[in-house]
Design a protein around this ligand. Sequence first.
Ligand code: ADP
Length: 514
Amino acid sequence: MTSPLAALARVAHTLARTEDLEATISAVAEEGRQVFGAQRAGVFLLDEAGGVVPFAAPGLSAGYVTALQARWREMAPAAAILRGEAYFVRDARDDRASPMHDQVEAEGFAALAALPLSYGGRVIGWISFYHDAPRDYGAEERVLASAFADQAALAIGRGRLLATVSRVKQEWQAAFDGLGSGLALVDRQGRIERGNRFMAELAGVDVTALRGLKLPALFQGWPADGAELLTLAQASTERVSCYLDGPGGRHLAVMATPRPEGGFVVGITDVTDEVNLRSRLVQSEKLAALGTLVSGAAHELNNPLAGISAMAQALLLEMPPADTASALQTIRLEAMRAARIVGDLLTFARPRALERRDTNLNQIVRETFSATPALSDHGAVWTLGLDPTLPAVSGDPELVRQVVTNLLVNAAHAMAEGARREAVVRTAWNAEWVTFEVLDSGPGAPPDQLARVFEPFFTTKGPGQGTGLGLSISHGIIRAHGGDITGENREGGGARFSFRLPRDPTRIPRISHA
Ligand code: ADP
């Protein structure tokens, strides 16, 4: 054996130079073998799951290493190693009870020194030296062996850490560059510290040129309040977003999230396809609505016109005088029906301007019940919950009356078929709104129908029973007042239709969509 101190110094020197984990471990095994005059050596590391990974095992057979991997926990040295203590055996062949006795015999070694490798307060594995002849480690040698193992553990631990860091860095870099959105780390002044490939592509510059560039300068379309975006993000300490027009007519969505250490993470997504798709969709929805409108109008007008023309034909064929009066009467009724439909259509297409005055919603509800006795047909029971303190709102009473009538008539229709015919009508108010709601005990509507009830000409009623214009006209009236109207199914059955009107229409809250 060489001088222990010289050996340690040499080991330290070698290990300090090796960067790569594999090379470090091989050097540890080889140097240790030489220092302690062993014929074989082995470095075994514990993985996350507590399994053993053999790293360098110069001189050991593959069969021995595999057996050791499977059984090491059952063996006497394992407990000592896990406690962080070294374990020395003069002649391992004497231990007949060892689960590895046969393998030890086959391998043909006698003495064994197993030294724990501790790093960061944890046992990360061990290093073993095997001697062909029985051998005692003296006190001084044991101290040297432990010092050697500590030195080795430090180098291996550091190597492992470096390997992890460089793997994580590679993964992060791959994710950063592979991302289908632009991503950049930006300093407080909006200068790019690091940007990914997609960001460079969006900006039309080389990825290596991104560093140091200022974001607003990079994107010509960066809005005038673009610097504002970062200022806003800084002030709110939350994610802030905006849209901007990128190069080549692209539409970009930009998001700035403040970093705890200062500066921002800025993400830029190309939403050109979504924007185009949406405008195409809006266009085709408009066309579809127009189609429904035209075919609905044609269909509705067709019935009374057919009646009128049949009656006129009968008159031409000179029916007996008694029938003339009834034919003329039919013609008049059918013409009135056609006129009503045309009237509805006109209201829908060109609603008249609101004539606002103080409107008492409770009074309108009561008057509607008096004016529409049919609401109580088939024994329908209405419970009125009208708030007596309801303030007047600025509205057009005649148009609001039209909406109330429509909602009540619809509820009565819905309940006509069912067994239970109980409905509740309520009014209520708060600082901003006055609300009206009808809760009926009808069948409600399937979700796909419910989504369409405010469409013009959408009706589930038979020919001549409904034009499907009532709710779309109501919708137009309530929106013109600055209010909202909604329809939904009630839990436990029935529908709830309601609207609300702003108490002060000059202060309608507007939600802005970034
Ligand atoms: P119409 O009453 O002429 O059909 P509306 O526009 O008033 O036209 O209503 C459209 C459709 O909405 C109705 O045909 C019906 O299917 C549905 N609907 C309206 N109110 C209710 C309600 N209270 N319960 C269930 N369905 C309703």
